[in-house]
Design a protein around this ligand. Sequence first.
Ligand code: FE
Length: 300
Amino acid sequence: MAHTLTPNTSPATPVAVQRPRAVERQVQGQATSDGAGVKLVRVLTHDLQRRLDPFLMLDAFGTDNPGDYIGGFPDHPHRGFETVTYMLEGRMRHRDSAGNEGLLVPGSVQWMTAGRGVIHSEMPEQEDGRMEGFQLWLNLPAGKKMQAPWYRDIASAEIPEWQGDGVVARVIAGQSHGVQALVQREATEPLYLDVHLQPGRCFEQPLPAGHNVFVYVYRGSVQTGVPGGEQTVPRQRMAIFANGSDADGVRLTAGDEGAKVILIAGRPLREPIAQYGPFVMNSNAEIHQAVEDFRAGRLA
Ligand code: FE
């Protein structure tokens, strides 16, 4: 993707991370299907919601077989969190009950805040060819779960990029090396980067020690961790970083084939999480209310 909005203040090399975080564990995603039979890999699964607070889910989809995606995600509800969809290949049409409609194309992002409720569909607008991308679920703080829904399509050319030596970081949320994304969130301070590294090149991202951080490798491989104790993270694998108070960020070095990764970090909410399918609230009573509102046609 050659869409560049690079500030002329970019340094030639990344701001140094002095004490990189260790890898706590690597996680292999779980193959599953969702919607009307869309095959995907659930990378951030339910059991990791507390560990990776404020993130609730990450799905990676990528297939050349239309049978794996053609059913799409017909009308379904959401309440209590935000969905961030990032397309690498393919076209997906979104329509929702708040009257929003948008077309996701390669390199674009759709940011949807479900808040108190939306009903939406996410349907492929292609019958063949490759479909690839990610959907991340970001939690809302208790006080914002019932806010009005919000929606924004972000074209590929609107995603700012930081360019280093053999490295490009597309800044989807938060800020990296002085480059600000269009979307910022005060409560959770999400950072969402798509980092492309040439073979052997290094990317460093300073991060507050308390923020939860993970990387998912979707091309090539990276070496990461504490110097001298680095681990190789291969393609289709997530690495969760330790929250050591002495560490000041993460360092990623691409293997021989280069690498493409998404790097995601955020400030944990530390609030109770109650989930029932597409509803994520703080208590079972709120979940029952969501189900009742949906059945009664009051959700959206
Ligand atoms: Fe959805």
